[in-house]
Design a protein around this ligand. Sequence first.
Ligand code: NAD
Ligand code: UD1
Length: 354
Amino acid sequence: MPSDKYVLVTGGAGYIGSHTVLELVKAGYKPVVVDNLCNSSEEAVRRVGELTDSKIPFFKTDLRDKEGLDAVFKEYSIESVLHFAGLKAVGESTKIPLEYYDSNVSGTIVLLKTMQKYNTPNFVFSSSATVYGDATRFENMIPIPEECPTGPTSPYGHTKLIIEEILGDAAAADSNLKVAILRYFNPIGAHPSGRIGEDPQGIPNNLLPFVAQVAVGRRQKLQIFGNDYESKDGTPIRDYIHVVDLAKGHLAAMAKLDSVTGQDGQGYFREWNLGTGNGSTVFEIVHAFEKATGVKIPLEVVGRRKGDVVNLTAKADRAHNELHWQTQLTIEDACRDLWKWTTENPWGYGGKPE
Ligand code: NAD
Ligand code: UD1
């Protein structure tokens, strides 16, 4: 239930954060955004304000800037924190791991200490299915339940798991703290308005942003990273979730945290997968995009990408049962919305580079 208090959204200028800020305002919450803009544009926050006819307080602040963050908590009475801010590129994390540990882990610690100082109780964390690693190393773990043993395989994945553990320890020691861990599967698509969407810097790592850039003529062809996996067409299986459904999952998690209390001197801590529960192969996604847009995607099959796993599909029951949340939108909806965003903003939030 929205209250008079504020929701701090770290990383709220980013892809998932900006869509969540929009849903928060629509549901009557009052978000405040903190973002250092290392991978995003303030324009996203401005556009969310435009779409919702509201002015969203924005601070260009790094999470590790203790004084800067303190000033935000001093000015706004914050009841809940949605923590999206962090570095997220798997490949890059293997090259500059210390940057990843510093931004993701140190940033979270500064944030938690500031919350403690101001008695802020609710914390929702953007974790990832990447914490499971290759779930096919176990019998019967596809679709992946939250109980699946973790085993991330990159520095990025390690930071996510370490933060989960830090949050577990912090909640065990603080009866005021309530933590929701949200393990996202593969977010795709954009807001149906076409005004906000994913704006990757440089060459996109992820499948759908790459496909969209091929479709719009920014890149020549899609490379398919391997067609010799154990799946119906040989390409890996992922659980693609529309970013608007994912954003709404955060409101469901906040409602859950509002309804629970800590027990036996401890706070509250729980993990939920956010996925659809359905897997799609790379070819299925490309075909869905072609069908939704009418654009043919030139492609070539190349070798496997290092670190890819065959199947990441969520078991989504826990979120259905406990958060009363489930996805409503389809892959076709996501492709259509991505296409609107891409054609109306072919260079993202910025202009075409010289
Ligand atoms: P994004 O890069 O678009 O958003 C992250 C935002 O955090 C950016 O706006 C960036 O400028 C900001 N940021 C980074 N480090 C910061 C710092 N130290 N201080 C302040 N701001 C900082 O990424 P996204 O796709 O929106 O992802 C949001 C969160 O969800 C991330 O934590 C990511 O790891 C997680 N996640 C994303 C995916 C995905 O596929 N996009 C999947 C699983 C988990
Ligand atoms: C990647 C990350 C994962 C992260 C997720 C969401 C890796 C190894 N994993 O996952 O940790 O949580 O993004 O941000 O980077 N594909 C192609 N051609 C392309 C791009 C992708 O064939 O140009 C294929 C990939 O091989 C994969 C599928 O498309 O099978 C999805 O890829 P991607 O969007 O990068 O997501 P993940 O690999 O699931």
